[in-house]
Design a protein around this ligand. Structure first.
Ligand code: GLA
Length: 347
């Protein structure tokens, strides 16, 4: 199938956007903290054409054509993201009368690799080209987040959309989510960013994510700061009641780990960087309590198999693990992990 077979006309514009893994800075972006994601070599591509008063979209993965008029409420399907971006564009004053969209994606859904941000950003960039909209890549990321939060109804931070819109292959996007200042830092040569996917799906992810956000907000309120980004001294968190002390300890420590990780990248110190990733995982598991026993076991196995570091990536409660593996260990690493986890997909 292709755009022409589905819609009977040729597409007029197209764009693509990658999924991401997050190397450091997990659960910091909704407390104005630092993050360090890197785009994956797996893309979502959107071809676009004009339509009046409605959004029609075909998903090649789902083999489904869906169509709804502008102004329809979300229904819990993939079309929500596309109606969402058209809604966000129109809210921001851009004259988009409707669209036909054809979606092809190499990204697994529900693995915590930000397939939804890739879809939103690719669709926005295709619509930007189609309607010649004067939008920067940063504005695209913000509109994508607005679509997801205010239309689809998922209270995400800005990390995933920024990585999908501004990330560069082979680089990590160092982003300050308070100021949106960002820099693409080259990853050191000789190492691979490897995604380990057990196909766990995500269990109770949305409820758990929202609960963590509320706990973080409560911790900031009790500490008298605008956000936990403003807490530089780890000792301060010890005054909080449990579990707020643990939650704040993770976020404050995680911001420090991103800053240290950026220094390690600038020095080309992959060992130090890998250790920070592993510390991040332990903190996500013990203090933030968003890991699962399967993910903890996978991280330990990755380290035993020669990774410099490994951690869960994304919100947790399932999803994938990201590991930093020396090039020369790749073969041994892969066979050791396949032996321990026969159902594992290594991307
Ligand atoms: C999800 C959200 C991001 C971020 C991560 C956790 O991927 O979409 O904004 O909060 O979880 O780091």
């Amino acid at each position: 199938m292709g755009f022409q077979e589905v819609f009977g006309v040729l597409p007029e514009a197209s764009a693509q956007a990658p999924g991401r893994v997050n190397l450091l800075g997990e659960h910091t972006d909704y407390q104005e903290g630092y993050v360090l994601p890197t785009p994956l070599p797996y893309l979502t591509r959107v071809e676009a054409g004009r339509a009046e008063g409605r959004v029609e979209a075909y998903s090649e993965t789902l083999k489904e054509l869906r169509a709804r008029p502008l102004g329809s409420p979300p229904q819990g399907d993939f079309l929500d993201y596309l109606l969402g971006v058209v809604w966000a564009l129109r809210q921001a004053g851009h004259p988009v009368p409707g669209a036909r969209l054809y979606i092809r994606s190499e990204l697994p859904m529900g693995a915590g690799l930000s397939s939804s941000a890739a879809l939103e950003v690719a669709a926005l960039k295709a619509l930007r080209a189609l309607f010649r909209l004067p939008l920067s890549d940063l504005e695209v990321a913000l509109l994508a987040q607005k679509a997801e939060v205010d239309y689809v109804g998922v209270r995400c931070g800005i990390m995933d959309q920024m990585a999908a819109s501004l990330g560069e292959a082979g680089k990590a996007l160092f982003l300050d989510t308070r100021t949106l200042a960002h820099e693409n830092l080259p990853l050191p040569p000789g190492v691979r960013v490897v995604v380990l996917d057990l196909g766990l799906g995500r269990r109770l992810a949305e409820a758990g994510y929202n609960e963590r956000r509320q706990e973080a907000e409560e911790a900031a309120r009790r500490l008298g700061v605008r956000s936990l980004r403003d807490v530089a001294d780890l000792c301060l968190v010890e005054s909080l009641p449990s579990p707020l002390d643990k939650r704040a300890r993770h976020i404050v420590g995680e911001n420090l780990r991103v800053l240290r990780g950026v220094e390690a990248l600038r020095r080309g110190d992959v060992k130090a960087f890998g250790e920070l990733m592993t510390q991040s995982h332990r903190s996500l598991s013990q203090d933030y309590e968003v890991s699962l026993p399967e993910l903890d076991a996978l991280v330990e196995a990755a380290l035993e198999a020669g990774a410099h570091g490994a951690k869960l990536t994304g919100a947790g409660f399932g999803g994938a693990v990201v590991a930093l593996v020396p090039e020369e260990h790749m073969e041994v690493f892969q066979s050791a992990l396949h032996a321990g986890f026969p159902q594992l997909r290594i991307l």
